[in-house]
Design a protein around this ligand. Structure first.
Ligand code: MG
Length: 338
């Protein structure tokens, strides 16, 4: 198996601000794995706060030699092999995992969603995320989302203007809202009060209210919350899932945290054992990682897979999207249109 890759700057349509952080582009790495006559496509999205970069990815790839592996790919062995080369670095591992799933699908002539038994009729609505911005910009973003056909919005909170932002969005739409506080709320009392207020405003889910290491504060909010409280920053890979039970109602799985599709699927199964809800989310991503996550989305309760709609230079066709949901194709592999 031959790996090739190139760095790419994925430009955001709007400067993206979440609690305490703004950026205008995301470094990604586009990767291809060739196996016999087949090519699998993968992608690593390396948002700066996760600690990966083109440099760490390139160094990691220089140590990877997949020639010992052949089809059918044993993903458990391959992920162990990658973890043994270096701990961490889930995004570049995800790029390899995604490309291998695309290859597996192409070789076995089945779409990736079939590999894990996803029923496409159970595809959840996906949200369109609004970063923190000035009111008039927020309104423009809501109108964008509606024009794309989104039926659900996700608002980033965790700044001093939380109520203003929600009221601004509510001045132009009654669509149901998810809220992501990105660890921005300072006390559990303030957090719970905000959750109660948000419920009155038509919010239906809240992500990561307080700092990921404030287990007590997040547990308190979950215990008293009228809305599902979902862990994001507090959970990365499979081993983290069981710590979440009793502290949050569910987890946000992202392929760039889980090291790809294989482990994300194990995380979904583990979450179900603990009666946890599952949201499948994304970073700033092209159609490659979006299609990979969408292939698991029917196994999840909620989806936040808006990458291709928030970026301006996605090198691939935007995946088919209708009435607020992705429509998966029956093409073999990810179904990526070049
Ligand atoms: Mg989040």
């Amino acid at each position: 198996m031959q790996i090739s890759f190139r760095p790419y700057q994925l430009q955001l349509k709007y400067p993206f601000t979440i609690s305490g952080f703004t950026r205008t582009a995301t470094p990604i790495l586009l990767l291809e794995i060739k196996y016999e006559n087949y090519t699998g496509f993968g992608e690593a999205s390396m948002v700066p706060y996760m600690g990966e970069s083109v440099e760490t990815a390139t160094t990691f790839l220089s140590k990877v030699n997949l020639s010992a592996f052949s089809y059918p790919f044993k993903m458990d062995e391959i992920i162990s092999y990658l973890d043994n080369i270096s701990p961490g670095l889930p995004a570049i591992k995800a790029a390899i995992d995604i490309a291998l799933h695309d290859l597996s699908g192409k070789i076995s002539k089945q779409p990736c969603f079939q590999i894990y038994g996803s029923d496409t009729s159970k595809m959840p609505l996906t949200t369109y995320t609004l970063g923190i911005d000035e009111p008039e910009v927020m309104i423009g973003k809501v109108l964008d989302a509606i024009s794309f056909g989104f039926k659900l919005l996700k608002i980033k909170l965790g700044s001093a203007n939380d109520k203003l932002l929600i009221n601004t969005v509510r001045s132009v739409t009654n669509l149901p809202l998810y809220v992501d506080a990105n660890q921005g709320w300072k006390t559990k009392e303030e957090g719970l009060e905000m959750v109660n207020w948000l419920k009155e405003k038509g919010v239906v889910l809240v992500e990561q209210p307080m700092k990921k290491d404030d287990w007590e504060g997040n547990r308190y909010i979950t215990k008293h919350s009228p809305l599902p409280i979902i862990a994001d920053e507090a959970v990365q890979r499979l081993a983290d899932v069981e710590k979440i039970a009793g502290v949050y109602h569910g987890i946000n799985i992202k392929l760039m945290k889980s090291a790809g599709i294989y482990e994300a699927h194990l995380m979904i199964q583990k979450a179900r054992e603990f009666d946890l809800k599952v949201l499948i989310g994304c970073m700033s991503e092209t159609s490659i990682a979006t299609l990979a996550a969408a292939s698991l989305a029917p196994l999840c309760d909620y989806a936040d897979l808006d990458g291709p709609f928030l970026t301006s230079n996605n090198p691939y066709q935007t995946p088919a999207f209708r009435d607020g949901k992705y429509v998966l194709s029956n093409e073999a592999g990810l179904g990526l249109n070049l």
